[in-house]
Design a protein around this ligand. Structure first.
Ligand code: UD1
Length: 418
C-alpha cells in the first residue's frame, strides 16, 4: 500500500493547474447513460473514483474508451444491456447511486445496491428515492438493493427536504427524459449542479434555473451525445491555496472560476491572507502566521464541508483560537485525532471543534481515514518539523490527481513510497 512521506517546513511558491472536478465528472459521465449516441468528454480527472465510474458504466453495457493520461473519454450508451449496479461497485463509491435516475429513464427499471454508511456519516439516500417516486417510480428495498421500476417517468413537482447535491443530480437526470415538465424546488446550488445542467443541455435537454433553488425541466423523448469539458475542481484548488497559506508561501491555482470558491477565499482573507481573483485563477499570498478564524460548513454558497478538514489544518497553526462547526455530515472530524499526533490542540464539542493554534508541530506517522481528511494530514505534514508519513493514501487517490507531483512543483519535499 502506498504512503506519502513529507519533510515539513518548506515554503510553497508557484503555480499549479487544477484538474477537472471529481464531483462534477461523476454525475456528468453518468449522464452519458442518457444519450443514444456517443458523448466525448475532456478535462476528466485521472482518479480512482473515475475509474470506478467507467467500471460501472461498462457494467450497464456502455462502451467506454477512456484515456485518462490525456484526461479524455468517450461513452457510447446506445446499447445498454444491464440495469444493475452491484454492491462491490457502489460500496467503493457512494456517488454511484445517481445511476438510479438515468437507469429508470432508459430501462424503466433499476436495481442498485444501497451504499451503506461511510466514515463521515450515515448518508442515507431517502431524498433520492422520494424524488424518483414523485416522478412515478415504484421503489422497493430488497436484500440490500433498491429495486425501482416505472412504465415511463412523468414530470412532476419535487420539493427536496434538504438541498442534497446527489439527490438534485439524480432527479435532474431522470426528469430530463421524463414525460412533461418537472419543477424541482429547494435544489442544491453547488457549481457541480451547474456543470451537470450544462452537460445535459449539450445533450439536448431543456432546463433552466440551475445554480438557484428552483430548476425547471421539460422532459425530452431522447437525448443525443455531447462534447463536453468538465469544470475545474474548486476543492482541489482550495486545498492547494491552503498549502500555500499554511507554509507561509504564495500559491496560484489555475483553471477555475474564483466565484465558485468565494466562501473559502473570504475566510482565507479573514485569516490574514492576501487573495487575488483573476478570470480563471486565484493567488493566495501569506502575510505570516494565519489568524484564528471561525467557520461553519453549509450548502453552497456557504463554506463547503469538503474544505473543512483542510481549513482546520491551517487553523491548527494559527495565532489564536477558532471554532470549526460542521453542519452537513455528522461524523466529519476523523482527522482531529490524527492531527493531534503532530501536536495540535483541538477539542471536539458536538458539531464543533475548538482549535487552539500552535506555532510548532512535529512530524509523525499518520493514518488517512477519508478523502478530505487525508488532504488535511498532508497539510499538517507540510508545516510540521521533520518527517511525516501518511498511510492509507488510497483515500487521497480517490480525489486528488497527482497531488504529490503538484506539491513538488511548488517546492514541497514530498514523495510517494510503496
Ligand atoms: C456531495 C459530494 C460531497 C460533498 C457533499 C456536500 C459528490 C460525489 N459528493 O455528496 O463531496 O461533501 O455533496 O457538499 O458530489 N442526505 C440525506 N438523505 C439523502 C441525501 C442526503 O439525509 O437522500 C444528507 C446526507 O447524509 C448529508 C446531507 O444530506 O448529511 C448532504 O448530503 P448530499 O448533499 O446529498 O451529499 P452527497 O451528494 O452525498
Amino acid at each position: 500500500m502506498d504512503k506519502i512521506k513529507i519533510i515539513g517546513g518548506r515554503k510553497l511558491t508557484g503555480s499549479v493547474q487544477i484538474s477537472g472536478a471529481k464531483n462534477a465528472a461523476l454525475p456528468v459521465l453518468i449522464a452519458g447513460l442518457l444519450a443514444e449516441t456517443p458523448s466525448r468528454f475532456s478535462c476528466v480527472p485521472n482518479l480512482q473514483d473515475i475509474r470506478t465510474t467507467f467500471k460501472l458504466l461498462t457494467q450497464f453495457g456502455a462502451k467506454c474508451q477512456e484515456n485518462l493520461a490525456q484526461n479524455t473519454a468517450t461513452i457510447d450508451a446506445s446499447h445498454l444491456t444491464s440495469h444493475e449496479a452491484p454492491y462491490d461497485l457502489v460500496r467503493t463509491m457512494r456517488a454511484s447511486v445517481v445511476v438510479l435516475g438515468p437507469l429508470l429513464a432508459r430501462f424503466g427499471k433499476a436495481k442498485v445496491s444501497l451504499p451503506g454508511g461511510c466514515a463521515i456519516g450515515a448518508r442515507p439516500i431517502n431524498y433520492h428515492l422520494t424524488g424518483l417516486e414523485k416522478l412515478g417510480a415504484h421503489i422497493e428495498l430488497e436484500n440490500g438493493y433498491v429495486i425501482a421500476s416505472c412504465k415511463k417517468l412523468k414530470g412532476n413537482r419535487v420539493n427536496f427536504e434538504f438541498p442534497s447535491v446527489g439527490a438534485t443530480e439524480n432527479i435532474m437526470m431522470a426528469a430530463a427524459l421524463a414525460d412533461g415538465e418537472s419543477l424541482l424546488e429547494n435544489c442544491a446550488k453547488e457549481p457541480e449542479i451547474i456543470d451537470l445542467a450544462r452537460a445535459l443541455r449539450a445533450m439536448g435537454a431543456e432546463l433552466e434555473g440551475e445554480g438557484t433553488e428552483t430548476i425547471r425541466i421539460q422532459g425530452k423523448s431522447s437525448l443525443k451525445g455531447c462534447d463536453f469539458a468538465i469544470m475545474g475542481d474548486r476543492i482541489e484548488a482550495g486545498t492547494f491555496l491552503a498549502a500555500g497559506f499554511i507554509t507561509g508561501g504564495e500559491v496560484t491555482v489555475r483553471g477555475l472560476d474564483p466565484l465558485y470558491l468565494e466562501a473559502v477565499l473570504v475566510k482565507f482573507e479573514e485569516a490574514g491572507a492576501i487573495i487575488t481573483r483573476g478570470d480563471d485563477f486565484i493567488t493566495l499570498k501569506s502575510q505570516g502566521r494565519p489568524k484564528g478564524t471561525d467557520i461553519t460548513t453549509l450548502p453552497f454558497p456557504g463554506f463547503p464541508t469538503d474544505m473543512q478538514a483542510q481549513f482546520m489544518a491551517v487553523m491548527a497553526v494559527a495565532d489564536g483560537v477558532s471554532m470549526i462547526t460542521e453542519t452537513i455530515f455528522e461524523n466529519r472530524f476523523m482527522h482531529v485525532p490524527e492531527l493531534a499526533r503532530l501536536g495540535t490542540d483541538i477539542t471536539i464539542k458536538g458539531k464543533s471543534a475548538i482549535v487552539k493554534g500552535k506555532d510548532k508541530l512535529v512530524g509523525a506517522p499518520l493514518m488517512a481515514t477519508d478523502l478530505r481528511a487525508s488532504a488535511s494530514l498532508i497539510l499538517g505534514g507540510l508545516y510540521a518539523d521533520g518527517e511525516t508519513i501518511v498511510d492509507r493514501i488510497y483515500h487521497l487517490d480517490r480525489g486528488y490527481e497527482k497531488m504529490e507531483k503538484k506539491l513538488q512543483q511548488l517546492g514541497a519535499q514530498i514523495e510517494r513510497i510503496s
